[in-house]
Design a binder for this molecule. Structure first.
Ligand code: UD1
Length: 347
């Protein structure tokens, strides 16, 4: 039986690569499109080693209509798409808003254009909990019913605008387009094989890569951005979700759309992907020590502008509707991140 071909834009990126692995193991055939703007060709090798087969891959820029068109000429039988390809650095987006709007919006518009030419199209969109901003206390843990807040960065705004574009298109495509927007909380960790993982360029902006690089001796110490927040230990709280659990949610979302249930025809659905547990920055350092035996040096510094104080997910809709749960123990997740850091540093 021929396998259903699923386009994965940004498929050599951090979440994309882990999702390709899960798609292949679930019996889908991934067609990866990437321009390596924030990833490396070696990732394809890592995927091949894990899955035992070279993934289908086309080097193309999704924001460039003609370059992206090649993909649909080569693989006219693509039946669904998972759209990861986007810029994602919050700080950089404040400095270069046009780059962010151009890249993140054009790639989505092109994707909808191509997929919309099909008899029926399913798109899984890579969204973020950033759409909720800082939810009011009464909305924590945050469910999909919580009000969205004005975005605090161009990056965050692109996620909100993309969700709106997709919603409008599900209406105008008259039942031909199905969308699931997955709102990720904080993805961390690496594949258990340590063959793929997160590859931040330059100084990591995100917490866990900074912790593992400090543990590996690349950085002197972690700066904890603030310990005077209104949280039990004063540091910020997030919902850290294992990237392999997150990847599996994409397969569940795809399965749901492939069933072509009449009740979701032409709809857009939103799901929060988190564990349901909030962890503070200082707790993370303790957990990392428990998982690896390494006490990462740190100092408390000023708050980071734009940081939300605390946010964690109510993932019950994803649990019940998608039949998915993020259940990998945090120690295991942190150990996987450390294994990956050691592997890439040759420690
Ligand atoms: C941020 C964005 C999120 C985006 C994600 C992409 C916000 C509010 N959230 O997530 O929308 O999808 O980046 O990468 O902008 N921390 C330190 N020291 C460090 C690094 C981080 O103390 O060196 C703290 C932060 O203050 C925060 C926590 O660790 O409390 C997590 O930070 P980070 O990994 O950057 O993720 P978010 O800010 O939650």
């Amino acid at each position: 039986m021929t396998k259903a071909k699923v386009l994965v834009t940004g498929g050599t990126g951090y979440i994309g690569a882990h999702t390709v692995v899960e798609l292949e193991s679930a019996g889908y055939e991934a067609v990866i499109v990437d321009n390596f703007s924030n990833s490396s060709r070696d990732v394809l090798e890592g995927i091949a080693k894990i899955t035992g087969k070279d993934p289908l891959f086309i080097e193309a820029d999704c924001a460039d209509y003609n370059s992206f068109a090649k993909v649909f000429e080569l693989y006219p039988d693509i039946c669904a798409a998972i759209h990861f390809a986007a810029y994602k650095a919050v700080g950089e987006s404040v400095e270069k808003p046009l780059d962010y709007y151009r890249n993140n919006l054009d790639s989505l518009l092109n994707l909808i254009d191509f997929m919309g030419k099909k008899e029926h199209a399913s798109i899984v969109f890579s969204s973020s909990c950033t759409v909720y901003g800082q939810p009011e206390k009464k909305h924590l843990p945050v469910s999909e019913e919580a009000p969205l807040q004005p975005a605090t960065s161009p990056y965050g705004n692109t996620k909100q605008i993309c969700e709106e574009i997709l919603r409008d298109c599900t209406i105008s495509y008259n039942g031909k387009l199905n969308v699931i927007a997955l709102r990720y909380f904080n993805p961390i960790g690496a594949h258990p094989s340590a063959l793929i993982g997160e590859l931040p360029r330059g100084v990591p902006q995100n917490l866990l890569p900074f912790i593992t690089q400090t543990a590996a001796g690349l950085r002197e110490r972690l700066s904890v951005f603030g310990n005077d927040y209104n949280t039990p230990d004063g540091s910020c709280i997030r919902d850290y979700i294992y990237v392999c659990d997150l990847a599996k949610a994409h397969v569940s979302a795809l399965d749901r759309m492939m069933e072509e249930k009449p009740e979701i025809a032409g709809s857009i659905e939103y799901f929060n992907l988190g564990t349901g547990v909030g962890i503070s920055v200082l707790q993370m350092l303790e957990l990392f020590k428990k998982a690896t035996g390494i006490a990462v040096p740190y100092r408390i510094v000023d708050r980071r502008p734009g940081d939300v104080e605390q946010v964690w997910a109510d993932p019950s809709r994803a649990n019940s509707v998608l039949g998915w749960r993020a259940d990998t123990p945090i120690e295991e997740v942190l150990a996987s991140a450390w294994r990956w850091e050691k592997k890439i540093r040759g420690i």
